[in-house]
Design a protein around this ligand. Sequence first.
Ligand code: MG
Length: 379
Amino acid sequence: MLEVYACHPENSRGRRHAEAPAPTRNDFQRDRDRIVHSTAFRRLVYKTQVFLNHEGDLFRTRLTHSLEVAQLARSIARSLGLNEDLVEAVALAHDLGHTPFGHAGQDALNECMKELGGFEHNLQSLRVVDQLEERYPNFDGLNLTFETREGILKHCAQRNALIIEAQEPGGVANRFLNGTQPSLEAQLCNLADAIAYNAHDIDDGVRSGLLTLAQLEEVPLFVHYKSITLSLHPALSEASKSRRLLYETIRRMLSDQVYDVIDVTRSNLNQHRPRSADEARKAGALVAFSNAMAASVQEMKSFLFKHLYRHPQVMETTDNAQTVVRELFHAYLARPQEMSSDFAAREETPRAVADYIAGMTDRYAAREHERLTGRRLFA
Ligand code: MG
């Protein structure tokens, strides 16, 4: 089933600490299982994607987002003969390093750590699986394979790439220095992430009332699929059917993006004919949208940025979230003993504080903030 250019578990570059093979599972299945059983994975359910966790029960959280990414990535992987187990592992782990309160939290923490190495959520996801999870007697982290770790580190500043490269020569940061690509499975997870969040943010945006169907007339991609939907199902134009109209439009839009990626990637693979996963890494970005679809997706992203992520109501929670993260950071820095003992005991206090805050769920961060400052910023 696996094509030659896929990551084959028997050719894995292996784990940082040698382990005996499992009797019934290959190494990528084992990685996925370790991720699902991790503490950081369970916390994703209480972490913000766009809407804060307590704003409503119907919106995506980091956990449901990660499951949607895994589903999309697996179905594309199956069509292309790529490794489904590996894409599932990468997709489920890709957001483990996210702070509470989504990008607002990450920006605030990055600002706090500016002079101290900064904070990047992709790099943090790698720190979670490499160092912060404490589950095994003989090593820190989950000891995942190179291929899963490579997929998790999807972006990385040059400065951090140099640090990782010094610790792990030729390892997961090497590609940021030599300009090669990660595996096809990792490239796929990256695109599946974007396909998933664009679609579900429109859905959540409309259901929250922050976006309207009328505003979406600005998005050509949405308009295109809405008109197809209405021509096939004219009854959906009734106001009482607007939810079904929304879902059917998003469903068609999502499917076409998936088919677009499959078609373009197949043709790229036919052209380059990589004979191994390593040849694929050197062949440029092969998992891709067509130029037309990439442009349409970009228009949709810009729309979401302007009308949803910058919506006054979202911005207000963003401001509060940043205050919580910033004040927590300074409170723990002044009194490390307020953190749990294993973090308080670490030598490098600022990084311990950043790791501690990054691991928090939204509600735990809000409660801790109230405990340490006496002020309640979230109801
Ligand atoms: Mg994501």
